[in-house]
Design a protein around this ligand. Structure first.
Ligand SMILES: [Zn+2]
Length: 242
């Protein structure tokens, strides 16, 4: 019963970690999605900015063209000079604007490169997470099956244990989860290290004796896996010498 209980506890603990693994996988995927979204956003903004710079250039060129067409109809020298200045200014601004467009195009290339990089990351994360989820689901199904089997096995074992002993086991297990029973080996309780009286050990090893012995130190139910002492050779092996 203790062996099955330990298996049940370990399976339950395992099963509890699986939803956490799914959550972590989803978080990873969400992180990759966010990175792609923000890279796209930055790219879109840079694109808008480039269009604005291009429009600026067009406007300054348009203005220079307009001033130039006016220069033939100017009456005074002063007005002509002023117009020439306007033309020079507009042309200079158009040139500056062209530089800005060029810079922006280079920045756009960088944004595009980043966007593709994050998109590749996302595809990779997506594949990894899909595989991880499949694996977790398969593991969950397998462990659930084992757990159901262990629970059924425990119910079968429980039927064979007298109620009084079952209750005692349950009481001690509450204090010592997974180890209501302790092996008595080398004249010691393996649960707490307390000495076990040779007489008690003797009785534990005897198949004929049905009495339940508890450790005087920790109260665990004692059992012995050592062979019954009638076979001298095996008994000597059991008391391992250093
Ligand atoms: Zn003990």
């Amino acid at each position: 019963m203790q062996r099955v209980d330990q298996a049940i506890a370990s399976l339950r603990a395992d099963l509890e970690t699986l939803p956490k693994r799914l959550k972590e996988a989803d978080a990873k995927l969400n992180g990759a999605r966010t990175a792609v979204a923000s890279a796209k956003e930055a790219h879109t903004q840079a694109l808008t900015q480039r269009k604005k710079f291009e429009l600026d250039v067009e406007q300054w060129k348009e203005r220079a063209k307009k001033y130039r067409s006016q220069s033939s109809s100017v009456k005074t020298n002063e007005a002509y000079k002023a117009l020439q200045q306007e033309i020079a200014h507009a042309e200079a601004e158009a040139l500056k604007g062209e530089d800005r467009v060029l810079e922006q195009m280079m920045a756009l290339e960088e944004f595009e490169r980043r966007m593709k990089h994050f998109e590749a990351d996302l595809r990779e994360a997506d594949q990894a997470v899909t595989a991880e989820k499949k694996q977790v689901e398969a593991q969950f199904a397998e462990e659930k099956k084992k757990l159901d089997a262990a629970v059924a096995e425990r119910a079968e074992i429980e039927k064979k244990v007298p109620e009084e002993l079952r209750n005692l086991y349950a009481r001690i297990a509450k204090r010592n989860p997974g180890s209501a029973m302790a092996e008595a080996r080398g004249e010691q309780c393996r649960g707490c290290g307390m000495r076990v009286l040779p007489h008690t050990l003797q009785l534990l090893k005897s198949e004929a004796d049905e009495e339940v012995f508890r450790c005087e130190g920790c109260g665990r139910i004692l059992y012995s896996l050592e062979p019954i002492p009638h076979t001298h050779k095996e008994a000597a092996n059991g008391a391992a010498q250093s």
